[in-house]
Write a protein of this length. Structure first.
Ligand SMILES: NC(=O)c1ccc[n+]([C@@H]2O[C@H](COP(=O)([O-])OP(=O)(O)OC[C@H]3O[C@@H](n4cnc5c(N)ncnc54)[C@H](OP(=O)(O)O)[C@@H]3O)[C@@H](O)[C@H]2O)c1
Length: 262
């Protein structure tokens, strides 16, 4: 399917690994020009080179923390008038005991998971509205919708982010701008590779065994983790011309781990 976005310009924040990387790849395959950001230089430059080589699209890597004002300004200076904004971050720290969450942990999670993305959207929305076309997709977490003590710092800020996106989406849809949130469950990414390899090492098992054990514990109906490429494809579709009537939604993609009719 041609998504009709060839030649559009996109900023992908959090693009050097995991789902952000796959979203960038999927947009590049549609002929979208990219400005990619992340904090670590090595992975960012490797990803930018790989995407440019494989797709032939223009890719500009920007070393920046999009949770900071300085980082956001650097990204926006490189791409001041994006048609598309995709944003994500690494999963925040686990919180097995809510009593051990410190104020500094909240501040960090709120800056990265809520305030940074909100400020960034604020900075690009006026231009999208004036040009009468825009697409924003936040890659958040299923923990935003389904509370879990372990994921308080992940779900809490992103529940607020999804709510903000839903509210602002209603204001800008009549100008051709959509805002949606993707809520992923468990996926094979750099983060899960590290986490479940460490578990396997501690338990004397394998990564695959630990993933299978966790999938059973969490009632993931698919019985497995998802592939980050599937999130990437969904994000690209949400950025496409066929998605102009879909806005303000929080879309769960979790292999059937959570259940509700609507
Ligand atoms: N993986 C899962 O199974 C899973 C499950 C549920 C929800 N999620 C959610 O899905 C989203 C993506 O997760 P993922 O597993 O794909 O993450 P990941 O593999 O850790 O990749 C995150 C990307 O964002 C970049 N990044 C992180 N913080 C940043 C910041 N402040 N500024 C700029 N770049 C930043 C990272 O590069 P640098 O570190 O170099 O900056 C990396 O490129 C997260 O919101 C996570 O909570 C993931």
């Amino acid at each position: 399917m041609d998504l009709g976005i060839r030649g559009r310009k996109a900023i992908v924040n959090g693009a050097s690994a995991g789902m952000g990387r796959e979203a960038a790849f999927a947009l590049a395959r549609e002929g979208v020009e990219l400005c990619l950001s992340a904090r670590g230089a090595e992975r960012l430059h490797a990803t930018a080179e790989e995407i440019a080589r494989e797709t032939g699209t223009k890719v500009l890597p920007i070393l920046a923390d999009h949770a900071s004002e300085e980082g956001r300004l650097r990204i926006l200076a490189a791409c001041p008038d994006p048609d598309i904004l995709v944003s994500t971050c690494s999963p925040p720290r686990m919180t097995p005991d809510y009593r051990q969450i410190e104020l500094a942990h909240w501040r960090e999670a709120l800056d990265t998971g809520l305030l940074g993305p909100v400020q960034f959207m604020h900075a690009v929305l006026e231009g999208m509205v004036a040009r009468r076309w825009g697409r924003i997709v936040q890659i958040a977490t299923v923990a935003a919708k389904y509370p879990l003590e372990l994921r308080i710092l992940s779900g809490g800020p992103r529940a607020a982010l999804a709510n903000y996106c839903g509210a602002v989406a209603l204001r800008v849809i009549q100008h051709g701008v959509t805002i949606n949130t993707v809520l992923p469950g468990m996926f094979h990414t750099a983060f899960t590779a590290k986490q479940f390899s460490e578990r396997a090492q501690a338990a004397g098992s394998t990564y695959e065994e630990e993933v299978a054990r966790f999938s059973a514990q969490m009632n993931i109906a698919a019985g497995r983790f998802g592939e980050a490429q599937d999130v990437g494809s969904l994000v690209a579709w949400l950025c496409g011309r066929h998605a102009g009537y879909l806005t303000g939604q929080s879309i769960v993609m979790d292999g059937g781990a959570t259940r509700s009719t609507f």
